[in-house]
Design a protein around this ligand. Structure first.
Ligand SMILES: [Zn+2]
Length: 473
């Protein structure tokens, strides 16, 4: 195709009827289509050759476009959360709660109405002008599936549009990644097929403990899981015949706060989420956008060095934050400290022991809290978040660890911060619950009208799905 001569090659905006988008994508396979912020039918069309040339000229990636889409998705999630919890609610109430401009609120509300995710009910009392119409969530709109791939066990759940988990099951994460994902899919398929009207399951959100190629929906590497180059989306879409969205677990945990967090935080634009599991990851919302960096998801701050001579980390380097404060580090510490020797396998078990007066257990938790506080203090200094959320089993010991973490953060300040909040996550397994709003993204922007997104899995990429040694070299 002679792209330079084409009338659309200068990024012109054209009106495209939504069902045509897929056809156009097929027809102009070298083009990239990007939804315009605030518009559902206007799309800037940028041809790949021109886009690459522009990137070369400006030395930049297409970050602005990625940012706009992320911002929109996050606001829609926050709005749905707010409307769900406070329905019936007017546009003016949303303006008040979020601190956003009335025009922005109306644009997002109109999009949600158009997508049939919310609806306008009866008119409220007028305060002089036109009476406001109350908004409600359309609870019957959709079901979504959430999958949380964990190191020892994976959990899957079916959620309705009101954010309620209808079913939740867990399986051991074991064996070859491809075989595991296919067998997990078959189990989910059987459940959905028998218990839920399949036509109403819209999408699947998957949370994985590792680096994610968001565009391909693939897991690049997960040292803790021991997986490398696993085409998670392709495998699951082939088995489940539903659109699949893959996200890093700590980012998913940050998303969980948008969907389940306290309503008095909906106007907070910067949130740091520290997910403490087998490893340790962070998810960051900055100025109302999930920070994703480049298209390959970042690994968060779990691997920032705290002691260059420290223990070897799952990533192969020494003394990462993860080696001090992850669940694995906590359990190893206890198993070293406990006298007489007593092995515990989960942090929840350890918390129960500490609660019964086990001194080594209590000391272990206090040390982990100090290390968590140490790392968070550095991040809070640099990022100045309004809210810091900690997720994982360790939060079951919040009365012990909370005050230590907070004191550690504050003692490291040159000037005390004006105000910020440190709290445990709103849900027990935030990486699972965060996969729900991630799947809901499919319902934003008309994705649900496109039908299922079947993907042919190239054999070469399946062959690449293999376990890697626990330690990277
Ligand atoms: Zn590391």
């Amino acid at each position: 195709m002679a792209t330079d001569a084409h009338p659309l090659s200068r990024g012109a905006r054209i009106k495209i009827w939504r069902p045509l988008r897929q056809i156009l994508t097929v027809e102009f396979e070298n083009c990239s289509f990007v939804l315009a912020e605030g518009g559902t039918i206007g799309v800037p069309v940028v041809f790949e050759r021109e886009r690459l040339a522009r990137m070369k000229r400006h030395g930049t990636h297409n970050l602005k476009m990625i940012g706009v889409r992320d911002l929109r998705d996050i606001n829609q999630t926050i709005f749905l959360h707010l409307i769900r919890e406070r329905q019936p609610i007017s546009r003016a109430d949303i303006v008040k709660a979020t601190g956003l401009q009335p025009g922005t609120v109306s644009a997002i509300v109109n999009r949600l109405i158009k997508e049939k995710l919310i609806y306008e009910g009866v008119e409220g009392p007028s305060s002089g002008g036109r009476p406001p119409k109350y908004l409600h969530v359309n609870a019957e709109s959709a079901y979504v599936l959430a999958i949380d791939l964990g190191v020892k066990e994976s959990i899957y759940a079916v959620s309705d549009f009101n954010g309620r988990i209808l079913t939740q099951r867990s399986v051991l994460t074991e064996g070859d990644p491809e075989k595991f994902l296919r067998s997990l899919s078959r189990e989910i398929h059987a459940l959905v097929g028998t218990q839920y009207p399949r036509a109403r399951v819209e999408a699947v959100g998957v949370s994985v403990p590792g680096l994610v190629d968001r565009a391909a929906g693939a897991l690049i590497v997960s040292p803790n899981l021991g997986w490398r180059d696993v085409p998670v989306r392709a495998l699951l879409e082939e088995e489940l015949e539903l659109p699949v969205y893959v996200e890093n677990d700590a980012n998913a945990a940050a998303f969980a706060e948008l969907w389940y967090g306290p309503l008095d935080e909906v106007s907070a634009r910067t949130l740091l989420c520290v997910l403490v599991v087998e490893g340790l990851g962070t998810g960051l919302i900055i100025n109302g956008e999930l920070h994703v960096g480049t298209s390959i998801g970042l690994g968060g701050f779990g691997h920032m060095t705290m002691d260059p001579k420290g223990l070897t980390c799952s990533c192969g380097r020494r003394g990462c934050w993860e080696t001090f404060a992850s669940d694995r580090a906590t359990l190893d510490r206890y198993n070293r400290l406990a006298k007489p020797k007593r092995r515990v396998r989960t942090v929840t078990e350890l918390i129960a022991l500490a609660g019964k007066g086990d001194t080594a257990g209590l000391e272990t938790l206090q040390l982990t809290a100090r290390y968590l506080g140490e790392g968070i203090a550095s991040l809070v200094h640099g990022l100045s978040p309004e809210v810091v959320v900690i997720g994982g089993q360790i939060t079951g010991a919040w009365p012990i660890i909370g005050p230590i973490i907070e004191a550690r953060i504050k003692s490291n300040y040159i000037v005390p911060p004006i105000s910020f909040k440190v709290r445990p996550s709103s849900v027990l397994r935030p990486s699972l619950f965060g996969a729900i709003p991630i799947a809901l993204q499919h319902c934003f922007g008309g994705g649900r009208n496109k039908g299922t997104n079947n993907v042919t899995v190239p054999q070469s990429s399946l062959n690449a799905a293999r376990r890697i040694p626990a330690r990277l070299s």
